[in-house]
Ligand binder design. Structure first.
Ligand SMILES: Cc1cc2nc3c(=O)[nH]c(=O)nc-3n(C[C@H](O)[C@H](O)[C@H](O)COP(=O)(O)OP(=O)(O)OC[C@H]3O[C@@H](n4cnc5c(N)ncnc54)[C@H](O)[C@@H]3O)c2cc1C
Length: 384
């Protein structure tokens, strides 16, 4: 009897080395075992737990950096260290800067967003250098040299949580040091952390009030000079010692890929490009307005399901139905916020003192968080 060659594996290329990329790779291993040959193309040698960087200016240990190679290996994928330069969708080829060409049957763009400072006269929240940019401010507050700080979100919100976390931790540090500090959050949101729905938002407002943090909502700020904030509507003026602001995010602008406004990638409910059924995108790189690691993971899971079905796995892809889960760091114990998102608004809102998801990680995800948690428990040095 002549043995038949096994069916060729679906060649999947995942570009990116963050949450969305790793979640896609781990999900594919689970959903389509043995059916894909997956390559992960990323320039970064480490996966960084970005949300925990907000604690760095307060003298907490550095956020965790996990070597990428063992995670990619455990996901059954091959790691290529390099950058996606451009895509030729007609030939199904990814061009890299230095590593030549890679052919694909399915391509996942998980490239994240670009951080761009919005205000010249403010300290921009950039997780690559938070300790460096904010530690001096915290020291000045502790020393009593700074009496007022404003935390400003521009019109297009970047990630929802860090502005509030930094405000809460800064106010808490001033209180602990027994120094006077006026802390104000200025945000275009109608209520604090509005995307988490009304119950969570009301609870966050109470939390801010109890920390003596003022909030100016539905507000669009300009900072014409150092320490001077103009708030519209109303042309209100606020003078403060220092301003800390979220950046604006822009999409990755990939040559060969149709882009929407601000360079983001537009996908359908299954994470697939509207113009090409073999190209997918997940995470901050996509046009979805809420930039959040938990959301990036859910998008990645949707993409992995669609690709697993393409590869012949018995999987019925499900459409993206976002649920936002946020662990809000404060000066004391964290709080846990959850909501379903429909039409850009949060419903079924929850606010609790204890986690409502497991493992209780900052970035809630189906595959990556349990994987990292298991490595943690094992104390595997290769991972984190
Ligand atoms: C301070 C801070 C606090 C946050 N807090 C939370 C939180 O509490 N909870 C939460 O869920 N989310 C939080 N977020 C948001 C979360 O970190 C992001 O939404 C998440 O990292 C997005 O994942 P991603 O994989 O889409 O993008 P990224 O994490 O940005 O990863 C993008 C990857 O693509 C790679 N890449 C870039 N260009 C190329 C290229 N040309 N070729 C190949 N690879 C490329 C990068 O090296 C990187 O590995 C926070 C973010 C910040 C900055």
């Amino acid at each position: 009897m002549v043995s038949q060659d096994p069916a060729p594996k679906l060649r999947v290329v995942i570009a990116g080395g963050g949450v969305a990329a790793l979640e896609t790779a781990l999900a594919l291993k689970e959903l389509a075992p043995g059916l894909t040959a997956t390559t992960l193309l990323a320039p970064n040698a480490e996966f960084v737990n970005r949300p925990m960087t907000v604690r760095e200016p307060f003298s907490y240990p550095q956020a965790r950096h996990c070597p990428l190679a063992p995670i990619v290996h455990d996901a059954g994928a091959e790691l290529v260290v390099g950058e996606l330069a451009w895509v030729d969708p007609a030939k199904r080829i990814v061009h890299t800067g230095t590593e030549g060409e890679i052919e694909y049957d399915a391509l996942v763009l998980a490239l994240g967003a670009r951080i761009c400072p919005r205000y010249k006269h403010a300290i921009t929240i950039d997780d690559r250098k938070l300790e460096e940019t904010l530690h001096g401010l915290i020291q000045d507050i502790e020393g009593g040299y700074v009496g007022s700080v404003a935390f400003v979100a521009p019109a297009r919100m970047a990630w929802p949580l860090p502005l509030y976390e930094l405000a809460l931790m800064t106010a808490g540090r001033a209180y602990d040091m027994n120094v006077e500090l006026t802390t104000t959050i200025i945000t275009p949101e109608d209520t604090p952390l509005a995307i988490f729905g009304s119950i969570a938002s009301t609870a966050v407002r109470e939390l801010l009030e109890s920390a003596h943090i003022g909030t100016i909502n539905s507000a669009y700020a300009e900072i014409p000079h150092t320490g001077e904030i103009v708030i519209n509507p109303g042309n209100r003026h606020l003078t403060v010692d220092r301003v800390v602001a979220l950046p604006e995010l822009y999409g990755p602008c990939v040559r060969g890929i149709p882009l929407s406004e601000h360079g983001f990638i537009r996908v359908d409910a299954y994470g697939r490009l509207l113009e090409d059924e073999r190209i997918f995108a997940a995470g901050d790189a996509t046009e979805f307005a809420v930039k959040h690691g938990g959301i990036a993971s859910q998008q990645a899971d949707v993409v992995a399901q669609a690709i697993a079905a393409m590869a012949g796995a018995p999987v019925t892809p499900k459409a993206f139905q976002p649920v936002i889960r946020g662990m809000l760091l404060t000066a004391g114990k964290p709080r846990y916020l959850t909501a379903r998102i429909t039409g850009g608004q949060g419903f079924s809102s929850q606010f609790t003192d204890t986690p409502t998801w497991s493992p209780a990680s900052k970035i809630a995800s189906k595959y990556l968080a349990p994987y990292l948690d298991a490595q943690d428990r094992l104390g595997t040095p290769a991972t984190c």
